[in-house]
Ligand binder design. Structure first.
Ligand SMILES: NC(=O)c1ccc[n+]([C@@H]2O[C@H](COP(=O)([O-])OP(=O)(O)OC[C@H]3O[C@@H](n4cnc5c(N)ncnc54)[C@H](OP(=O)(O)O)[C@@H]3O)[C@@H](O)[C@H]2O)c1
Length: 360
């Protein structure tokens, strides 16, 4: 799906990136992009003056209004913020825009991006049908090379892909894997005050849930289905996963753990030895690591919760919903700009730059 929009040429030094929607995901993607030596943030948008503008100003990101409306742009100046114009002004200085607007809102922006000649990356709150192409670094970086627009899949789909894709690649010749998973979902992000449940377990009654099948938008040969429940926590999702391996797979619990230890952005730790027995301790570990906002880009797998019994593999993994997709957005920029064709090379570059940015 190569396209006519601004592709990277050898003469280009830095990929110019704009963020439309500077909220939970947008502010994190902005920092991850700013950390890279081959891309720069040329602007972020806010709908109106609010405390998030202060963060953009402190980071030195040029602030734009989400809309081109003169009155709304003027409101920023009246509140004491320097606003560089509306969305069209930001798009005029971008090679690629990362749409981090609320779920289902981004869809209305695609035509605006196309008309501006800017490549675009959407988030998991949009449907695959919007772009006809989705993205996960480990699953289909190559398929996205040179594309005009794509969708970085949701935090849950990203988490499932990280551990399932290497398993599928190993088992492909023997017939491939078959997956059932239960998604135990956080009720709301920590910054949300309007969502619940606060004292209930809420099953998603649309069966199967969309999470498993969404993996097939990036890896359509994985046979997968899922159920989901929302629980009263704000900090992480947990997946309980059952994988049927094909006969002749040749794997053991130990070799599967080794496979994941060698997979970028998967973190394996033993719960009993480390006393990391719940998402609370995983998040405390993430805060200790020192990334901004206590983020954990890696998918956390409990070593002692992994067990291969016959041809059936059981495991649990925890997903930091606000941050596992962040490095994926950076890799997706390189895919669309066709500036790095090897996903592992991109992932290594992305992750080491983020680590340096956080002084680690
Ligand atoms: N949060 C997660 O855990 C998570 C994980 C993975 C993927 N995602 C996906 O990422 C996307 C963004 O989610 P989020 O959690 O970052 O949402 P969020 O925290 O609500 O941030 C969205 C931002 O976009 C701004 N905005 C509102 N309307 C807009 C419009 N028409 N155009 C551009 N920006 C607009 C919002 O308002 P202001 O400018 O007024 O602040 C806000 O800053 C969604 O597709 C979501 O499904 C979220």
């Amino acid at each position: 799906m190569g396209g006519p929009l601004r592709a990277m040429s050898k003469a280009d030094v830095m990929i110019r990136v704009g963020i439309n929607g500077y909220g939970t995901i947008g502010k994190r993607v902005a920092d991850a992009v700013a950390a890279q030596d081959d891309m720069q943030i040329v602007g972020v948008t806010k709908t109106s003056p609010s405390f998030g503008c202060d963060l953009a100003v402190r980071k030195g990101y040029p602030l734009f209004c989400t809309f081109d409306d003169a009155e709304r742009i003027a409101a920023f100046g009246q509140a004491g913020y320097e606003c560089h114009g509306g969305l069209s002004d930001m798009l005029s200085v971008c090679d690629v825009v990362i749409d981090c607007s609320p779920g289902k809102v981004g869809a209305q922006n695609l035509e605006i991006y196309r008309q501006s000649g800017v490549k675009s990356i959407f988030q998991g709150g949009e449907k695959h049908a919007l772009t006809g192409l989705s993205y996960t670094s480990s699953a289909n970086h190559a398929e996205n090379l040179g594309a005009d627009c794509t969708r970085v899949v949701s935090c849950n789909t990203t988490g499932l892909s990280r551990t399932l894709v290497p398993l599928q690649e190993h088992c492909l010749e023997a017939g491939g894997i078959s997956v059932n998973c239960v998604m135990i979902r956080r009720a709301a992000d920590p910054g949300d005050s309007g969502k619940g449940p606060i004292n209930a377990i809420k099953p998603v009654l649309k069966v199967p849930s969309h999470h498993g099948p969404d993996v097939m938008t990036v890896r359509n040969d994985i046979d997968i289905t899922s159920l989901a429940v929302a629980v009263p926590t704000t900090i992480m999702h947990v997946h309980a996963i059952t994988v049927t391996l094909p006969q002749g797979h040749g794997l053991s619990t130990e070799s599967i753990l080794d496979m994941w230890k060698n997979t970028p952005r998967v973190l394996i730790m033993n719960g009993a030895n480390t006393r990391i027995t719940s998402t609370a301790e995983v998040m405390e570990l993430a805060r200790d690591i020192g990334r901004t906002w206590g983020d954990l880009h890696e998918i956390f797998v409990w070593e002692d919760g992994v067990s291969l019994q016959g041809d059936t593999l059981y495991y649990f993994q925890a997903i930091h919903q606000e941050s596992d997709v962040i490095p994926e957005n950076v890799d997706a920029i390189r895919a669309l700009m066709d500036s790095e064709s090897d996903w592992k090379a991109s992932a290594a570059k992305t992750d080491s730059a983020i680590a340096r940015f956080n002084g680690l």
